[in-house]
Design a protein around this ligand. Structure first.
Ligand code: PA5
Length: 331
């Protein structure tokens, strides 16, 4: 399936999870996954950790959800933790290593995958396997990987949130306008709180689909470092993209206002060609707000791919690296 077709089908790929429910685990949950699969862990973690989302399980103690993007598991992981490994192909070395470590430590392990070595490992160890449809690029399969994860985490009112996502508009014209502001420039994408994984998704989609560099950072943290970097002209022309939640609190609203003004002052000083793009979430529920911006960013990355005259599908450098690493590992 082409990335372009999947993106146009993005909202419909979110389906209510028949038979999917909360996992029987009330401690820490580590979500392991890389790249297009790993972003689901970032989104789930932001939803669970954000102050704007009710606690996953108000009846019990803290229930942190941590996204993990490396080999093995964090040094503090132990048998009381639950590990959910997500890999579209089921063959990603870092995610397989996390799964093996989870088994070694005696953690509860669940996997979400199309198959591959991850399915085999999970099956051999009697772990729960959620199978996902084959034939998509991993990053274009976001709805297929994210939905079961959110059900496993017991996100409240998920059926209703998915219904809202399915009704989101596909903003092709807005995507075209934004892509024109980003073409041949360095997008610097800034967001806050629950919108942080969305900023990261914009960056990764621009990089993987449009084969163009992008940066992202968090507001307010970027007020303490990266904003200074804008004082001197960078080698590239820059477009600052501000991704805003439509339910941001007063403190965050003031932060964005002040940051925008600071960027405008820097433009006057040294950056006459600096552009600013404002993006605002649509919808009510946390999932719809996040996915409205994810979808817009995905569409922008495809418009940019068109402008950059590249095929958004293949990611040859990633594939070459994976082959090289398995050769080095003697596999
Ligand atoms: O979008 C992509 O193709 C990559 O970012 C992959 O998702 C990443 O390399 C991990 O592979 P997988 O999703 O198969 O675990």
């Amino acid at each position: 399936m082409k990335v372009e077709d999947d993106t146009l089908n993005f909202t419909r790929m979110f389906r209510k999870g028949k038979g999917l429910g909360r996992i029987d685990h009330y401690g820490r949950i580590i979500v392991s996954g890389m790249g297009g699969s790993g972003i689901s862990g970032d989104i789930a973690s932001a939803m669970c950790n954000s102050l704007q989302v009710p606690s996953v399980d108000p009846e019990t103690d803290n229930h942190p959800v941590i996204a993990w993007k490396n080999y093995g598991l964090p040094s503090w992981a132990n048998s009381k933790d639950c590990v959910i490994c997500i890999s579209y192909s089921g063959n990603t070395a870092e995610t397989l290593s996390a799964a093996s470590k989870a088994i070694e430590l005696g953690c509860k392990l669940e996997v979400i995958t199309t198959g591959g070595k991850l399915e085999k490992l999970a099956s051999k160890n009697n772990c729960s396997i959620t199978k996902v449809e084959k034939g998509h690029q991993p990053r274009a399969a976001l709805p297929l990987l994210l939905t079961p994860l959110l059900y496993k985490l017991g996100i409240p009112n998920l059926d209703a949130q998915i219904e809202e996502v399915r009704k989101l508009p596909i903003m092709k014209e807005r995507a075209q306008e934004i892509a024109e502001e980003l073409k041949g420039r360095l997008p610097c994408i800034y967001a806050n709180g629950v919108m942080m994984p969305v900023a990261y998704r914009w960056r990764c989609q621009i990089e993987e689909n449009a084969k163009q560099m992008a940066l992202h950072h968090e507001i307010p943290e970027m007020n303490h470092n990266e904003i200074v970097g804008l004082e001197n002209r960078a080698p590239n022309s820059i477009t600052v993209v501000l991704i805003r939640d439509n339910q941001e609190n007063e403190i965050t609203r003031k932060r964005f206002t002040a940051t925008r003004r600071a960027v405008l002052r820097l433009r006057m000083k040294s950056y006459s060609d600096l552009k600013i793009v404002d993006v605002s979430a649509e919808g009510e529920s946390p999932l719809a707000r996040m996915m409205s911006c994810v979808l817009l960013g995905d569409l922008v990355s495809l418009k940019l791919a068109e402008m950059n005259k590249v095929d958004p599908g293949p990611v040859e450098v990633i594939e070459d690296l994976k082959t090289e690493l398995s050769r080095l590992d003697g596999k």
